[in-house]
Design a protein around this ligand. Structure first.
Ligand SMILES: [Zn+2]
Length: 203
């Protein structure tokens, strides 16, 4: 993942990582950033990194917020035959939050991030994947709605994939009840609530 210092956002840093990994006990590969410095403002030189063997690009740590920039990135990715991986979190809904928005955040008086902060970006990127034909991977999804959208996109023949982390499907926001920051994750709301049967939206 390129959420490192320095950010892996150009050929020189890719070369440095591969060089440092040359004598490692395992094979070392690196992903590249989608935008310069992971700042979300300007596309990174993906072609020069792809030429060195980078197959996955991501601004992990944050999602690419700008719709037009993401469209361009996907167009390049499609041409280069590489995959864009997205940390799905719409910052205008997530900024200043520290847990999932629901009954527990209300009870604890903490600023919560709604599931929609993730789901809106999943929805947009599925639409852009359809538009551009690019391959998209959704990182560490945490809501049932996101999973349903990815399943629907795959059933429709789109080249999208996703993953979930163990804490997302074993723990819930109720773990935050004692203000234990051990259960704080990123995306800010990593621990979601359990959806009850018949509910249209998690609580
Ligand atoms: Zn992430």
């Amino acid at each position: 993942m390129p959420n490192t210092t320095p950010v892996v956002d150009c050929a020189a840093v890719v070369r440095e990582v591969l060089e440092l990994g040359r004598n490692a006990l395992v094979e070392v590969h690196t992903s590249g950033a989608i935008t310069v410095g992971r700042e979300g403002a300007k596309l990174a030189p993906m072609a020069e990194m792809a030429a060195l063997g980078v197959k996955v690009f991501t601004d992990d740590g944050t999602g690419v917020q700008d719709d037009r920039l993401m469209r361009r990135a996907l167009e390049y990715a499609s041409g280069l035959g590489v995959t864009l991986a997205q940390h799905c979190e719409v910052s205008s809904l997530s900024e200043g939050t520290c847990m999932h928005e629901g009954a527990w955040s209300a009870r604890l008086g903490l600023a919560g991030q709604p599931s929609e902060a993730e789901e809106l970006m999943v929805m947009r990127d599925i639409a852009l994947a359809r538009m551009t034909g690019a391959k998209v991977h959704f990182q560490h999804l945490s809501t049932a709605g996101s999973v349903a959208m990815v399943a629907g996109a795959r059933a429709g023949g789109l080249a999208v994939t996703a993953e979930a982390a163990p804490h997302h499907f074993t723990l819930t926001d109720a773990c935050c009840r004692d203000y234990d920051a051990t259960f704080k994750g990123a995306p800010a709301s990593a621990l979601r609530s359990r959806r009850r049967r018949g509910e249209s939206r998690p609580g």
